[in-house]
Write a protein that binds this ligand. Structure first.
Ligand code: NDP
Length: 250
């Protein structure tokens, strides 16, 4: 099992203060990595770092707003050597496409797509100059494959992220940087809680998931550890969907 170990690796998880990012950071740390999580708010960042440390893992925190180029440069410089980057920071707001304005589009696409690209670029520059290689994992979404009404900006950002994953995997393979994605299915988090308050939506959606339940954050742990590890050394440019079978059945 040593090829799944992340002992001695440094992982940077953007948007690790809560939800999926926090769970991914916890999984990487449990596999042996030193983790640095990021967030925009110092109080919630420190609380999340404290929670990870209380669980006995090595964790650090950095302030980062992925929509700001200067903030990315600062955080990546402060992070030091990064072997694993998890591009997780993201945002979503459901709004009918006829009502989407430029500000909403720019927030969603600027965070989920542009932010992820420039984080990947900043980290990859260091990996290239150190000739160290590394693993980048982009948190994609089912909206790369299915149309969800009201999610045009989000789907555009995540579909772009999937294309970016494939492009960077081809471009940076020569530097031994593997670029993959994970595509979580339906997970209740702060970002998605509004859906789960709707009983009718919950009942209907659950019936569409072959494994019969919504995702639990722990369900994502194995995939991110695997793709980060030596076990996945010949895997790049792939997106692994963790969705209880949803995509395969529609
Ligand atoms: P949460 O809202 O719980 O967490 C979002 C995280 O992103 C927070 O840590 C937040 O940090 C951070 N973040 C938001 N905007 C920025 C920004 N501009 N700069 C830096 N960090 C930012 O959502 P989830 O955990 O659900 O989502 C995490 C990722 O998973 C997202 O990319 C999302 O699209 C994706 N995803 C989620 C699914 C789900 O079902 N929940 C399904 C598929 C994909 P803070 O506010 O502290 O700065």
């Amino acid at each position: 099992m040593t090829s799944f170990s992340l002992q001695g690796k440094n992982a940077l998880v953007t948007g690790g203060t809560r939800g999926i990012g926090y769970a991914l950071a916890q999984a990487l740390a449990q596999a042996g990595a030193r983790v640095t999580i990021t967030g925009r708010d110092a109080v919630s960042l420190q609380a999340a770092v404290g929670q990870l440390r209380d669980a006995g893992v090595e964790a650090h925190g950095l302030i980062l707003d992925v929509t700001q180029a200067a903030s990315i440069q600062q955080a990546v410089a402060a992070a030091g050597r990064v072997d694993i980057l998890i591009n997780n920071a993201g945002t979503e707001q459901i709004r009918p496409s006829l009502e989407v304005d430029e500000a909403l589009w720019d927030t969603i696409v600027g965070t989920n797509l542009k932010g992820a690209f420039f984080c990947a670029q900043a980290v990859a520059k260091n990996m290239v100059s150190a000739a160290s290689g590394g693993a980048i994992i982009n948190v994609c979404s089912l909206t790369t494959c299915v149309g969800v009404p009201g999610a045009a900006a989000y789907a555009s950002s995540k579909s772009g992220l999937a294309g970016m994953t494939r492009t960077l995997s081809a471009e940076w393979a020569a530097h031994n940087i593997r670029v993959n994605g994970i595509g979580p299915g339906y997970f209740a988090t702060e970002m998605t809680q509004v859906f789960y308050q709707d009983d009718a939506w919950r009942d209907a959606m659950q019936k569409k998931i072959p494994l019969g339940r919504f995702g639990e954050l722990d369900d994502l742990a194995g995939s991110v550890v695997f793709l980060s590890s030596e076990s996945a050394r010949y895997i790049t440019g792939q997106i692994l969907y963790i969705d209880g079978g949803y995509l395969a059945s529609i």
